[in-house]
Design a protein around this ligand. Structure first.
Ligand code: COA
Length: 376
């Protein structure tokens, strides 16, 4: 038996949800390239596509959208629970706790019931943005803002965070960010959700497992480090000298490199285009100018090694420019990725076998038990 650390290269499921070609910069959801979806679709439609396998008809999308809007509100007990959490705690932990608690209010134990499963999926996608926004407002001593039924998913999320509607360009970039992060094959949080799903646990437990896995700095979170790095560089003219020093010290350039992509991450390309639209309104922030220069110079050195910007290189800059605080970045990832997690949950249930991998035992054997009073 050969151990493959991190299960690298070991398939753990057959999946028809998303596909990556890391040499050709392709990420496709149900066969549709993600950049096409980011340009043409909206998060609601993309979520349906991931969950159901095909694009919805007009009628299906309208019904789905209405259902999502209908289920955005939180029960007052969930709001009370969120209020009781320490305001200094990380928002991802608040999200995980609240998602787990949802499962006590909306029992969904019978995962063989397709109708209940669909209702749970809608509830989770609809309520997670409300939970994130409520925790964010309450921790600053502000009232949580009720969702607005007249706004779409992205615009309503922005409204619940800031109590104002986004401009069309800001709405579009936020919606596209949600589309771009909605699914990414068998990553750690998706796998953790599938493992939990394989025990036939309810979907709230499945999603809270996945949220917990996403909290780790090796998974969500590199975009925060990109911002720190850009702030450390400080000016466009310092990019060259800073990079020389960083490469000499064998430092990693945050937001560069990917286990799967050996060319520029297609999501980074889309995000950059969208960022340009937003910045056309508000002016290019210094961080963005530094990032563009860093990409230009660093690519000359790192490109030949297959190291290019990944999705995190521009996402943090965009979020920060929208006024979103750094510790909410991973929550936005979860607001989006819940669609992918739920698609994998439903797929796992179609052909389920409980995950029970093996191990290579390297501990002691045949150790005698020495009574306590005879031990040295
Ligand atoms: N900057 C400079 N060099 C990098 C680099 C980066 N961002 N990413 C990888 N490299 C170099 C490594 O130093 C190593 O060089 P060596 O062979 O001379 O020692 C080589 O490329 C392989 O790196 P490794 O970390 O083993 O690749 P990986 O596939 O395991 O790692 C990442 C992928 C994403 C973890 C890695 O590229 C990284 O840490 N990037 C920065 C953090 C980041 O942006 N994470 C978000 C990912 S979406």
């Amino acid at each position: 038996m050969e151990l493959r650390p991190g299960l690298e290269g070991v398939p753990v499921a057959e999946s028809a949800i998303s596909y990556i070609d890391g040499q050709r910069a392709i990420l496709a959801y149900r066969g549709i390239p993600v950049e096409v979806l980011a340009r043409e679709s909206c998060y609601e439609e993309t979520a349906w596509l991931l969950l159901k396998g095909d694009l919805p008809t007009q009628r299906q999308l309208a019904d789905f959208d209405e259902q999502l809007r209908h289920h955005r509100r939180l029960k007052y007990k969930i709001k009370d629970l969120i209020k009781c959490l320490p305001e200094t705690g990380h928002p991802m932990k608040a999200l995980q706790a609240a998602v787990a608690a949802l499962g006590m209010f909306y029992p969904a134990k019978d995962v063989s019931n397709a109708q209940t499963n669909w209702e749970s999926a809608i509830r989770l996608i609809a309520k997670i943005p409300t939970i994130v926004a409520a925790f964010h407002r309450l921790r600053h001593g502000d009232d949580a803002i009720d969702p607005r039924d007249d706004l779409d998913h992205a615009a309503n999320f922005y409204y619940m965070l800031f109590e104002k509607e986004p401009t069309p360009a800001v709405r579009k970039v936020l919606d596209a960010c949600l589309i771009l992060h909605a699914e990414h094959t068998m990553n750690a949080s998706t796998f953790s959700g599938r493992v939990t799903a394989s025990t036939l646990a309810d979907p709230y437990t499945v999603v809270s497992s996945a949220v917990g896995t996403l909290t780790g700095p090796l998974h969500g979170g590199a975009n925060e480090e990109v911002l720190d790095m850009l702030d450390e560089i400080g000016s466009v003219s310092n990019v060259g000298p800073w990079l020389d020093r960083a490469l000499a010290q064998k430092r990693k350039i945050m937001g560069f490199g990917h286990r799967v992509y050996k060319v520029k991450d297609p999501r980074a390309t889309v995000l950059q285009e969208l960022a340009e639209h937003v910045f056309a309104e508000s002016g290019k922030p210094l961080r963005y100018q530094i990032a563009v220069e860093l990409e230009r110079i660093a690519t000359a050195f790192l490109g030949p090694k297959g190291i290019y910007p990944n999705v995190d290189f521009y996402s943090g800059i965009v979020y920060a420019a929208l006024g979103i605080p750094k510790d909410l970045f991973t929550c936005i990832f979860a607001v989006s990725r819940v669609a992918g997690w739920l698609a994998h949950w439903l797929e796992q249930l179609q052909n389920n076998r409980i995950y029970r991998p093996d191990q290579i035992y390297i501990g002691k054997k045949d150790v005698p038990y020495i009574p306590l009073d005879q031990r040295p």
